[in-house]
Unconditional design. Structure first.
Length: 82
């Protein structure tokens, strides 16, 4: 959560031109759609998922990978069910 709180703080502190477009890149280790972005393990949404979605909505951000791959299921990591 510290990371997402820090992202929020940085975005709030910056004075963007209203016509400015910006890109935030990286692997935030959260799923935006549990049906498409999760396989196995615990599917419940964590507070970090909610915070990530709030940041995206409040800053009009999009997940370009999901837009280009609307139905693709691809994961870099899955949690084994014990």
């Amino acid at each position: 959560m510290f990371f997402f709180d820090r992202v929020t703080s940085v975005l709030e502190d910056m004075s963007f031109d209203p016509n400015c477009k910006f890109i935030i890149g990286g692997d935030f280790n959260t799923h935006l759609d549990s049906n498409l972005d999760n396989l196995g393990g615990r599917i419940e949404s964590k507070p970090s998922v909610k915070k990530n979605k709030e940041i995206m909505i409040s800053n009009d951000l999009i997940d370009i990978w999901r837009i280009c791959n609307p139905d693709k299921k691809q994961f870099t990591w899955t949690q084994k069910i014990l």
